[in-house]
Design a protein. Sequence first.
Length: 248
Amino acid sequence: MSGTRLFFIACLLISLVVVVAAFGGTLTTRTMPTEAAAGMRIWKANQCEGCHTLYGQGGAFAPDLTHIFQQRGDTYLTEFLVNPSAFHPGQRAMPRFDLTVSETDNLITFLEWIGGQPEAETWPPRPIVVSGSVSLGVPETVTNADSAASDDPVVRGAALFQSPPAICGTCHALVPDVVVVGPSLAGIASRAGTRVDGQSAEAYIRNSIIHPGDYIVDGFLDVMQKNFGEVLTAEEINDLIAFLMTLE
Ligand code: HEC
Ligand code: HEC
């Protein structure tokens, strides 16, 4: 067998086992499991990257999805992809794609793989100012399913902050000065009492949730949903307030 031919066969073998995932050179060549690779093809074919970024690469119209699997989990993502507009009413809606069950599974496997790469630990280098990204200071407890059933209103409120139907965290960061759609709520407990004459911090926060249009924070638009008074129970609203009152 000639050297050229051996070289050719070696190259062929290598290309069979290695899929190159080149996201602007951020990720080097490495083996991607078949399902994830299939998911990447669906990602490309449906132009997900026209709106979304992975490791910052792609269109910045919609949230960076590098950590979305670790953030949201399998069940949520499956339901979201089947009916995106059901999730964040009143926000920019994501189109619904006609994906088969296995295509959806592969896409999610791809997103899981993306977020599981070593680079994910240091990504993003700075908070990304697009709704839905991580590094918005959301407390660890919110990922704990038990927290919704906790005896502590603050813990329940923190969980609610990040879960449907409230998902306050898609618009509000909890680290200072990071603006997503709404203002960062870091330090809100200290600020709230100074917003409206005669309104205590607690009363202001309650009113901001139930009647967001009453007071519009300088430099922001009146885009917070007006139906939280209906979609959240009185107890849920109290829990959210208890949580926000800890953010001094
Ligand atoms: C036309 C722009 C657009 C395209 C194309 C698009 N998305 Fe989105 N996507 C959005 C917007 C806007 C949001 C944020 C609003 C929302 O969550 O509904 C979003 C949110 C998401 C979320 C986060 C949901 C959450 O609640 O955290 C996921 C996951 C997602 N998209 C996956 C995909 C996948 C997979 C594709 C390709 C099949 C895709 N998107 C294509 C606009 C787009
Ligand atoms: C669609 C995006 C969006 C969602 C979701 C959202 N908000 Fe807001 N929020 C805003 C915007 C924009 C403002 C600033 C304009 C205004 O004052 O209404 C705001 C203002 C606030 C303020 C006043 C902040 C200040 O500095 O005075 C509070 C408190 C607040 N939101 C709490 C919440 C809570 C709690 C939730 C979840 C139940 C929530 N928001 C969900 C967009 C959102």
